[in-house]
Design a protein around this ligand. Structure first.
Ligand code: NAP
Length: 249
């Protein structure tokens, strides 16, 4: 088993949902967590919760669309703790709509955050991990990174990109630089993700879905991440496909 006590993590999208739960879970395992997002008020609340339970956290204001803000955040974390051992590329959004509604601003925003944001953050952290000759990168894809669903075409395209990039990254940095790469592909998780859906029909569909089955909790996904991070050093848990039992698709 890999002992992650005392390691350092950067978690993007840490202000809510899966990111916040994972920051809590990592901190509970003794990891010092850089918690990054745009809503610093939420990050301050999370930091207080982590400290209350004996953990350590650093609030990092970060917009993953802005490489300068990522560079500054990475520098802040390395200056504070001296390394980055775990990167959780988790920031993302999912405003669903049909293509013939032409919500092109939402399409491009998903590409910017879900794909370009993940690439920006990887590019900023990877040199540090290469220098250390160790590290573990977690990328949040989705079941939508394995299958395509109507109404989710652009979201699925972004998450398929994350899945493809994760596998290529694993092949390129594992053997050469001793860096592990895990692609996380959750099914339905009860988070604020659905609040950004501006299409009333799809918003209603998600509310109805939540009544039909018990969604995963963010902490369920966080537990799988801690499991993969604690795997023995020679083991790369390359994919985590985690679904609610009642999810029949
Ligand atoms: N919920 C699900 O059913 C589900 C299933 C599969 C995959 N996922 C994926 O899981 C990840 C986390 O989503 P969630 O479900 O936990 O939803 P969430 O609660 O809405 O969290 C999304 C996070 O992303 C951050 N974010 C958005 N835009 C950002 C930007 N430009 N720069 C920095 N951070 C940004 C948000 O922080 P700020 O707004 O404070 O910046 C927030 O912390 C996403 O990649 C999502 O696609 C979710």
């Amino acid at each position: 088993m890999t002992n992650i006590n005392g390691k350092v993590a950067l978690v993007t999208g840490a202000s809510s949902g899966i990111g916040a739960a994972t920051a809590l879970a990592l901190a509970a395992a003794g990891v010092k967590v850089g918690i990054a997002a745009r809503r610093t008020d939420r990050l301050e609340e999370l930091k207080a919760e982590i400290i209350k339970t004996g953990g350590e956290a650093l609030v990092i204001e970060m917009d993953v669309v802005d490489p300068a803000s990522i560079e500054a955040g990475v520098k802040k974390l390395v200056d504070a703790y001296g390394s980055i051992d775990i990167l959780f590329n988790n920031a993302g959004l999912m405003p669903l709509s049909d293509i013939d509604q032409f919500k092109t601003t939402e399409w491009l925003r998903m590409v910017d955050v879900n794909v370009k944001g993940l690439l920006n953050t990887t590019a900023a952290v990877l040199p540090q991990m290469i220098k250390q000759h160790s590290g573990h990168i977690f990328n949040t894809s989705s079941i939508a990174g394995r299958k395509v669903f109507k109404g989710l075409s652009v979201y699925c395209a972004t998450k398929h990109a994350v899945t493809a990039f994760s596998d290529g990254l694993r092949m390129e940095v594992g053997q050469t630089h001793n860096i592990r790469v895990t692609c996380i592909q959750p099914g339905a998780v009860a988070t604020e993700l659905y609040d950004q859906i501006t299409d009333p029909g799809y918003r209603q569909q998600m509310d109805d879905l939540a009544k039909q089955m018990t969604f995963l909790q963010s902490a369920d996904v966080a537990d799988t991440i801690v499991f993969a991070a604690q795997a023995p050093a020679h083991v790369n848990v390359a994919e985590l496909f985690v679904l609610p039992v009642e999810q029949g698709w």
